[in-house]
Design a protein around this ligand. Structure first.
Ligand code: AMP
Length: 108
């Protein structure tokens, strides 16, 4: 855990969030400022800044975990069969929270 990281505090339940799904490795919660009727954030429980800072092993692990979770959400959540996945990687690409996350957007 990174004690200054907003998403680490959400994982630790120090900051409230609306949790949609949780596994040993991932947390999914509602985005506080939704850009679509359904807007969730999928994040790793370990603190990883973004794709650029990952190891080969992390890329292997999380690529399948994230896609499996997106698939699971699309099956489980009503209206989420059609969805977008978005990753902002780095400040100039729009990343504001420096804890790797995928935006899951659906319900258009
Ligand atoms: P990004 O710009 O890709 O770093 O996305 C960060 C996202 O985190 C934005 O869509 C914010 O609305 C969202 N966000 C910021 N603070 C919170 C929070 N406390 N709970 C849920 N989502 C948040």
């Amino acid at each position: 855990m990174n004690t200054t990281c907003l998403f680490c505090k959400i994982i630790a339940k120090e900051i409230p969030s609306t949790i949609i799904a949780e596994t040993d490795s991932l947390l999914v919660f509602k985005d506080i400022n939704p850009q679509a009727p359904i807007h969730y954030l999928i994040i790793p429980k370990e603190h990883i800044v973004n794709i650029a800072t990952t190891t080969h092993e992390q890329r292997q692990e999380y690529s399948s975990l994230f896609i499996e979770m997106a698939y699971h959400l699309s099956q489980k959540i009503s209206g989420a069969q059609n969805f977008k996945l978005k990753i902002n990687n780095g400040k100039s690409a729009g990343q504001e929270v420096m804890h790797m996350h995928w935006h899951f957007l659906a319900g258009y």
